[in-house]
Design a binder for this molecule. Sequence first.
Ligand code: GAL
Length: 849
Amino acid sequence: MMRALFHPFWGRISCFSLRAGILCRTLLLCLVACLPMGGHAMERQLWDAQWRFALADSPEMAQLYYDDSAWRVLNLPHDWAIEGNFYVKNPSGAVGGALPGGVGWYRKRLMLTDNNEYSRYVLHFDGAFMNTSVYVNGKLVGIRPYGFIGFGFDITPFLNKKGENVVAVRIDNAQQPNCRWYTGCGIYRHVYLLRSDDVRLAQWGVQVLPVLKGRGANITLNSTIESFATQARKLSLKQMVYDAEGRCVAQSTTPCVAHEGKNTVSQKIKMTNAKLWWPHAPYIYKVVSQLIDGKKVLDRDTTTMGLRNITFDAKKGFAINGRNTKLNGVCLHGDLGCLGSAINEDALYRQLRMMKDMGANAIRCSHNPPAPELLHMCDTMGLMVMDEAFDQWRTGKTQFDYALFFDKWAEKDITDMVLRDRNHPSIILWSIGNEVLEQWNTDKNQGVDLDDVNILLNNARDPSRLADNKELSDNSKITRWLADIVRRNDPSRLITAGCNETSPSNHLFKSGAIDVIGFNYHTKQVAKVPENFPGKPFLLTESVSALQTRGFYAMPSDSIRRLPGKRRPFIDTSFLCSAYDNSCTSWSATHEATWDVVKHTPFCSGQFIWTGFDYIGEPTPFNFPARSSYFGIVDLAGFPKDAYYLYQSEWTNKTVLHLFPHWNWMPGQTIDLWCYYNNADEVELFVNGQSRGVKRKANEHEYHVMWRERFEPGTVRVVSRKAGRQVAERTVNTAAQPHHLRLTPNRKTLLANGRSLVFITVEVVDKDGNLCPWAENEVFFSLNGHASIAGVDNGSPFSLERFKDNRRKAFFGKCLVVVQAGNDEGEVNLKAKSIGLEDAELKLEIKAK
Ligand code: GAL
């Protein structure tokens, strides 16, 4: 019975939050108490372990008797591209991260004994990139081209119920470029094997539609039951609502008859005393559905539910539960830095936690449906989500991208996105596309030169390609068609699209199907929105695109660099962009300039900054050897750039006093010292104890203060004050020669589950512990104990060092090593060495799961 109760998400949630784990176990115990006795429920088994993998291709590899004994054994999720070398000729190009593609196969055995426990078997993939073909015992079960969507196949007819079976999965990511960023290659999300009776709840088949009513809520539950039995079966559907403490607070049972095929059952549950879901207090309920035959539970499903009211208003912007709230959002691509795109809950949680600590309250999954874990975490962390379907429709942006599949697959892919995700309270808005070329009249699959795609999209707009006032264009019809599919499957949320054509004659806007007008960039056009789109709510679906390298400062800091500019190709052999907020793309604006518009425009619902984290690929404004982005507020290794503290000072109440840059310059050099601060009305700077003046942000449009000073070695210190009383103080010292390494882990205890991670910041410091800001020392790592090195990085967007290695050079004084627990408890010892520096050592502990 307990085995049957295993739920994959609850198992995983405990990886990132012990508190959540305890809650889940409480809920499990409570479920046991509620269950009717006898019978076998459906089993959902995480099916990640012990696959065999080969980066090779032959039709024979699908066959039952193919000899795969020499293949590598690994656990999913897996991304083979991240294990490769950066190479200028890899077909992904620098835009795709310059890492390898190719065709790979995964194989796994399944032994069945046919004791009639279960009659149906479904293999479910949360996502595989891309062009996946699934075979069972040599027969093709199904294919799925789109690499960002989850999919499942009923493999029952292909199985040998007594004996051995082989599942073989072919992943084809050979034809590149097929994306404008790094996607990874392989089965990069989790896989489940679902065993069930002949009658079951359909995949993503329970729709939970709560409506707040007074202090309670009315919940409509629409459930799809799937039957493979030729005879109709009389069953009942019991649905229970559990609060966060695991108490069953409401329930309802409906008798139903399951005929062969799909059957829909609707029931309503009334709740009194509803607790609301807020970004600062995300209260989560669970809806448990049981499909019951007499005393036997045939199937069960658990769905997250949150009770909140969201509105987008043309005058007041966005509100949650009646409270006006700016969407302070960031865009995120799916890779996890040096771990590639293979999903790992601890790595993802680290990213989201850092965004939340910065004050972000929203995430845009750009430009595709995310890993399901992201949505579960956003539900429980109180992050609001804009879930996006596509980066292109029928007209491609790269030679082999989704445009090739759109006509055949778009309906299924967008339907599955909505079915999978619609019960998440974190999702507040659907986006049906990002900067699709259908905004204008276009030729099908024209393709665009990737180096120029953003410039073309944002600057070279041709009014003759906009919609006219005659009949609805094909592109407007596609917009309506996609929006209708979304509404059919989820009537509870509004629809937007990220548009860089701001004219109302953009074919997408002209369709009338876009509920919330979404601009990417073009902040200068924002003021005209009420006039151009009367009565329509508005949002900056994408903004900023600042270009910054952590640790590098181009002066004078008050001159703005717009890159790459008109000179093509753009060449700057430093491959560095300034970390003052004085560098951005030619189609965008700086952090401060953009925030100023958003903050002071009440009808603007908010923004999604491009991007929260750096990501692999799209190294604008450079090309190879640059191979990852400069856009992040946090670099690829997870080290915040200075802009992080700008947002923290504006978006949170935490006291911020951030002084930069470092204080290691050439004698006499003129240096601009910036300071982001809050909770204070002035800041005073001291250089070697001498006051250099008090500064204040002069008005509500200023976001930092600055001093221009001649460098002299020693100490710079800032003090912030409110009404004359000191609020905070920060000191930066000139560092002496590199002396030793400092290791700072983000935690010291790991779980013995083979997946738990610790992120260790490695800093090159002088004898007094000051960071050496120019240090590039190479650091070598070794480990003792049941753990391994999952990846190394330093945040450099142009380093060609491997991500999977036991060494890394420091970049502006820092690098990162990620240690992954094995399956056994015990102590782990990490050693870091570098020529000419004192070694460092760190003890970690792996504890039972
Ligand atoms: C946008 C696009 C993003 C990214 C960004 C870089 O136009 O939607 O995917 O390419 O530009 O500035």
